[in-house]
Design a protein around this ligand. Structure first.
Ligand code: FHN
Length: 603
């Protein structure tokens, strides 16, 4: 998408009048902080080299773990409306309760978080091992949790509290060396007559979304990126169909701070710097992208009375490890109450996560995804530097025999030790990989970490999928090799609901194959999980010199997956084999293939 012409953007920004930069002394000004530059109307970072982008994202990739904060006037009621709990997350109460603007705005009169202490709040994030904070500057309800200069529906002008919370947090983050960022709902605004999302208040005299963007969103985003010091992240949310001018105007503002990092939720192909996943960890990491999982520490993003669905400390730590082992960042949300404090369960969990991070943070910060196959004892993160590779082995299931196998690694071992306490551990290189000898007892109830350093870059032979004890072998799409005929890219790895499948299989010469290993020759039933839109399709499954042809009836659509039994295959020899799925060219209709399973046939 090409940015709008400089003259038009500057003209629209000039219409908004100069923002008086009213910085408190401790928040850097543009002069003091060169990263705050004049609006760069060119698509920010369009000319950026890979090295410049890596430098801009370095702190974020190093930090791995951040605090998300949902806080607003909805927090004064804990999501209750007329004493009733409303469905969904508390910050949606205005919509779920279909609360008219005039009525909802009165919650601002109650917002007085007298117990809020920005330094203490930031210290809790720091103590938890978090390296950045992203807070809702304006959520869908349209209320500005900062001293907005373009509308008085804000925390400074419309509440008894009367203080600029964002400025206090910006200062506290600068003092404590925590990166600071804003969440901003750029399209939904249930208060402004041009915002998206308020379909219930019939008193609204509608104006265009362009007018909302140019008269509210643009000046507020400009102010947030100008008046609050260095901003690490700008976190857009819930994109809606807006005009190109609106997108360009908002996108260009991130050029005000040349180092700001943005997410993928502005909309219209503005992919930002990283992909976001919400409330869940994806089945597989997006290829070649930076990415982040955001999730609430409990059930609701905003403070909700009765929301006791706090994730256990174990879950939080293992989420962090899981995400880091796949190469992502974890943005964990907390929900300040109307008084400006966190609930005790949140405080307790942040403290316990911090205690784990105090000992084991090295195994998270600055790591990249593990190249090892799925580990049955835990997870692995990796660092490569100075001609050596360090693997951090997060052991969940402490091996009874004291032997921890790191499968497939062929490198020479330099050292192995427990992160907690530093005890040196003996290792042995075997055909199956590196065996680390562990002491009798695990060092941590959530995850004990072994630090294994080997020479050079990792030389790992991923062992082949083998049958489990029940005689079943599941071959999933993400582990398949896709043979696109003559380099066509028709058959490709895609995903529905984050579950990988081989899809877009238009090329009837393309095939899919897996290498696997068996110790037990014999007859196997072949099952597949797939979807077929056409009335039927025909394919051949082969392994070694054996093959079967299967006709598969429609499952009712590409998004409708079913398990189909395709017939039986004999595997005559033990050892390594290749299972291949290939179209019957003259009877082929495309399928989405999630997995193939071989099950030892009952005699
Ligand atoms: O609607 C919002 C929701 O309230 C919350 O802010 C989440 C956080 O990622 N984002 C939207 C739902 O995707």
């Amino acid at each position: 998408m090409r940015p709008m012409k400089l003259s038009v953007i500057l003209a629209s920004l000039a219409l908004l009048g100069p923002s008086v930069v009213s910085l408190s002394p401790s928040v850097a000004t543009a002069e003091e902080n060169p990263s705050i530059t004049a609006a760069n109307p060119a698509a920010p970072h369009a000319e950026e080299t890979d090295a410049e982008r890596d430098a801009r994202l370095a702190w974020w990739r190093e930090g791995k773990f951040g605090m998300f904060v949902h806080w607003g006037i909805y927090s004064t009621t804990g999501g209750l409306y007329k004493g009733q709990k409303l469905p969904n997350s508390a910050e949606w109460m205005m919509a779920r309760g279909k609360i008219p603007i005039a009525e909802y705005s009165k919650y601002a009169d109650q917002f007085n978080p007298t117990k809020f202490d920005a330094d203490e709040f930031v210290a809790r994030a720091k103590q938890a091992g978090m390296k950045y904070i992203v807070i809702t500057a304006k959520h869908h309800d349209g209320f500005a949790m900062f001293g907005s200069k373009c509308n008085d529906y804000n925390v400074v002008d419309a509440t008894p509290y009367g203080r600029d919370i964002m400025k206090e947090l910006a200062e506290a983050c600068q003092k404590q060396d925590i990166r600071f960022g804003f969440y901003y709902s750029q399209a939904q605004d249930w208060h402004h007559p041009g915002g998206f999302g308020n379909g219930w208040d019939k008193t609204i005299k509608r104006v265009s979304s362009d007018e909302y963007v140019m008269k509210k969103a643009v000046p507020e985003v400009k102010q947030l990126l100008t008046d609050y010091g260095p901003i690490g992240i700008f976190w857009w949310d819930t994109p809606r169909k807006m005009s190109k001018e609106s997108f360009d105007a908002l996108h260009s503002l991130t050029g005000i701070q040349k180092n700001v990092i943005t997410n993928d939720r502005l909309g219209e192909g503005y992919i930002g710097d990283y992909k976001t996943f919400e409330r869940h960890i994806p089945a597989q990491a997006p290829v070649g992208k930076d990415w982040e999982v955001c999730m609430p520490i409990s059930g609701s993003w905003g403070y909700k009375i009765g929301d006791n669905d706090f994730k256990s400390t174990k879950t939080l730590i293992r989420n962090l490890i899981e995400i880091a082992s796949m190469g992502g960042n974890y943005l964990l949300n907390v929900s300040p109450t109307g008084e400006g404090t966190l609930l005790p369960p949140a405080i307790e969990r942040l403290k316990q996560v911090g205690q784990w991070m105090e000992v084991n943070g090295e195994s998270i910060y600055g790591t990249v995804a593990s190249p090892l196959e799925t580990l049955d004892w835990g997870r692995c993160t990796r660092k490569e530097a100075n001609g050596e590779t360090t693997l951090y082995l997060h052991v969940y299931d402490w091996p009874a025999d004291g032997k921890l196998l790191v499968p497939g690694v062929k490198n020479n071992v330099q050292s192995a030790s427990l992160l907690d306490g530093g005890e040196t551990l003996p290792t042995e290189s075997t055909d199956a990989g590196i065996a680390v000898s562990l002491p009798a007892e695990a060092t941590d109830e959530y995850a004990s970490v072994v630090k294994l350093t080997v020479d050079g870059t990792l030389d790992v032979e991923v062992s082949l999928p083998t049958f489990n004890r029940k005689g079943s072998l599941v071959l999933t799409a993400d582990k398949a090799y896709i043979n696109n005929n003559e380099g066509s890219q028709d058959a490709a790895l895609r995903a529905h609901d984050e579950i990988p499948h081989v899809g877009y299989w238009l090329d009837n010469e393309a095939s899919v194959e897996w290498a696997f290993r068996t110790t037990e020759p014999g007859e196997y039933e072949v099952h597949a999980v797939l979807s077929v839109e056409a009335p039927q399709t025909k394919l051949v499954i082969s392994a070694g010199d054996q093959s079967l042809t299967a006709e598969v009836k429609s499952t009712g659509g590409y998004g409708k997956y079913q398990e189909k039994s395709l017939g039986r295959l004999k595997i005559n020899e033990p050892g390594d084999h290749t299972l291949r799925v290939k179209p019957v060219a003259d009877a082929w209709n495309p399928i989405n293939l999630r997995q193939v399973e071989l099950r030892r046939a009952k005699k």
